[in-house]
Design a protein around this ligand. Structure first.
Ligand code: COA
Length: 254
């Protein structure tokens, strides 16, 4: 089991559970998360969703072996279903991130409503460093959130940045000691669950509705570029370098 899903006290918790691979996300894991979000949408007993990893790691992002051996090819793949469901969720989503939050581990947070981070959290979006391009509408949402230059630094260089910087950028609501993170995030989810569900639905729809069409169009555009770039020699070099534990060499590519 690589994703744990449970519902208690009106909170559906979705937890990454693949610590030996730093919670890297496989197609099967995306499907489980997409299905859980779809089920939450239909279940009136679920009033808030909590996404968390382990105290050591949130997630290392997409499984790089999957990228090499089983790249997502169409627009209805498990990752696309997950992104569609998280970006259209009508119920509030709280995220709690400790340790590394790589790639989609950071960009999925742009679709959550409340984001809490441990002091240990390290965010990164190394798409360009992998010969790829942004996904999850991050090329639209991150500049809108943080300003163009700050977004450009994170998306062009792909370097990890700490929780305090993520908070300054507006990506994180609050930074906590790692031992307090999950209980704090759960308490926030419980507070949301105690609010009138219809008011939260309408409030979310009003806040996100204005930009929904642009977000969908950008996600589709990114998806096309991303799938094309997955087969590029630059991406192959980056994936091989990761598993061979060496630095990639992009100097031979124009
Ligand atoms: N896909 C597949 N396997 C991954 C992975 C990923 N995204 N991230 C980590 N792993 C695996 C490693 O291959 C290693 O497996 P092994 O023990 O069988 O050799 C194991 O998880 C531990 O990873 P390791 O790199 O040794 O841990 P670390 O603590 O030194 O570093 C990270 C943690 C997350 C910083 C580092 O693993 C990393 O950068 N991962 C790749 C992140 C990435 O590029 N994601 C894609 C974004 S689009």
């Amino acid at each position: 089991m690589s994703i744990l899903v449970s519902t208690q006290d009106a909170i559906m918790t979705i937890e990454f559970d693949r610590a030996d691979k730093k919670n890297a996300i496989t197609a099967a894991m995306y499907q489980t998360m997409a299905d859980a979000l779809a089920a939450a949408e239909k279940d009136s007993a679920v009033r808030a969703i909590l996404i968390q990893g382990k105290p050591e790691v949130f997630t290392a992002g997409n499984d790089l072996s999957d990228f090499m051996n089983n790249p997502p090819s169409g627009s209805n793949t498990p990752v696309f279903q997950f992104l569609t469901n998280i970006s259209h969720a009508s119920k509030p989503i709280v995220a709690a991130a400790a340790g590394a939050a790589v790639g989609i581990g950071t960009t999925m947070l742009l679709h959550c409503d409340l984001v809490y981070a441990a002091e240990s959290a390290k965010f990164s979006m190394p798409f360009a460093s992998l010969g790829l391009c942004p996904e999850a509408a991050s090329s639209l949402l991150l500049p809108a959130l943080a300003g163009y230059q700050r977004a450009a630094e994170k998306l062009l260089l792909g370097e990890p940045f700490p929780a305090a910087e993520a908070q300054q950028m507006g990506l994180v609501n609050r930074v906590l000691p790692v031992g307090e993170l999950q209980s704090y995030a759960r308490a926030r989810a419980l507070a949301l669950a105690a609010q009138p569900a219809s008011s939260l639905r309408v409030t979310k729809a009003l806040m996100k509705g204005v930009s929904l069409e642009r977000m969908e169009a950008q996600m589709a555009r990114e998806g096309g570029e991303f799938r094309r770039m997955l087969g590029s020699p630059e991406a192959k070099e980056a994936f091989s370098a990761f598993f061979e534990r060496r630095k990639p060499d992009f100097s031979r590519f124009a």
